[in-house]
Design a binder for this molecule. Sequence first.
Ligand SMILES: Nc1ncnc2c1ncn2[C@@H]1O[C@H](COP(=O)(O)OP(=O)(O)O)[C@@H](O)[C@H]1O
Ligand SMILES: [Mg+2]
Length: 414
Amino acid sequence: MTRDHTRAEPGATERRITGASIRLDGVAKRYRGQEKPAVERLDLDIEAGEIVAFVGPSGCGKTTTLKMINRLIEPTEGRILIGDRDVTDENPDRLRQSIGYVIQSGGLFPHWTVAKNVGAIPRVLGWDRARITERTEHLLDLVGLDPDTYANRLPKDMSGGQQQRVGVARALAADPPVLLMDEPFGAVDPITRVRLQDSLLGIQQELGKTIVVVTHDFEEATKLGDRVLILSEGGHIEQYAPPAEILANPASPFVAEFIGSGATLAQLTLTRVRDVEHEPVVTASVGEDAHAVLERARARGHDRIVAVDARGRPRAWPTLAEVATKPQISDYIDGRLPVVGEASTLNDALDTMLAASQGGVLVTDGRGRVRGSLRIDTVMAVIRSYTAEVRAEDDEPSYVSHTEGSADDGRRSS
Ligand SMILES: Nc1ncnc2c1ncn2[C@@H]1O[C@H](COP(=O)(O)OP(=O)(O)O)[C@@H](O)[C@H]1O
Ligand SMILES: [Mg+2]
């Protein structure tokens, strides 16, 4: 019943790491005129190439801590190291050029085109134009935006999710080792949020940055974080551990309460789409002869095909009956296509199926190329296996065994 495999990288033995470690050494922040410190005294080590999610109730000091890392807020005490570099007294402007920063609403300059926004820091750094253009195109592609379509758009002509993608591209422009994100997906709808999260995980899989992401949503923290830092008021560390460990062994009653009684469902956030069995799909390109596609699909016993674009990204998921109504595969794009990334959680997959009223979702890789499909039966089988495990286990909240003598107060009746 070990679930260790659920956090494993897909087949990756050696992941490229371009990130730098971060160390907070006795860092504290007292705002002028405030009686209590926002952050009392924080010691924290973040490993290079990891995503760490800061989570905790509003006002506990997440944003303050994050902004002390790039010195948008000056610490009152303590030291901050990035890699081997003590940046506590470094010129803050220079420092911020080596740290990407993404905020909730994208923070784009509204009168600048996408390309100009993404190239902002490279321009400050004096890169030549050709290099900036090349970098901008590369980054837009990386975050899933077609450069030809979007480079010259203004932010106002894009959706919130697209603006947020541009925000990520801009933060990565100068290839910083560290990326800081403050509730980056807080302002978008749930389906878009899942896609942005998947996209971030795909990017991280390629780049291996060190990413600190603030969220108030424990589910988001468990999905994104290699480690999760749970803070309580005053920037007090309640627990700092991989999500599976937090779920299995909440370090304090505060943590147990914070993660709530939905621990079984939270397990679903630990299992990734890539960890469970996929069904293969038959793909077809726009303009392909429908008859040939139908033959191909029937030969393999499929009742649907996936129409894909030139890059292998899904456009529609028609039944064979629908395909048969046209001589060729049409260029129709289904705006409500149920799609999740391989890094998505089973919870995301379930939500997406429910939202689309379909018994399955398409599964895409980090670049959005279709890899297969996932059926609701598969997800339900995993849920059933968890429920069976939970029933077989002792029902006591596991933190009880760590806090000597304290009895089950019945808070987590199940
Ligand atoms: N600029 C500021 N001036 C005074 N107090 C602040 C300022 N920013 C934040 N605080 C206070 O510091 C504490 C931590 O805030 P913050 O870091 O924004 O928390 P979080 O991001 O976890 O919601 C809160 O009590 C907040 O009211
Ligand atoms: Mg905040």
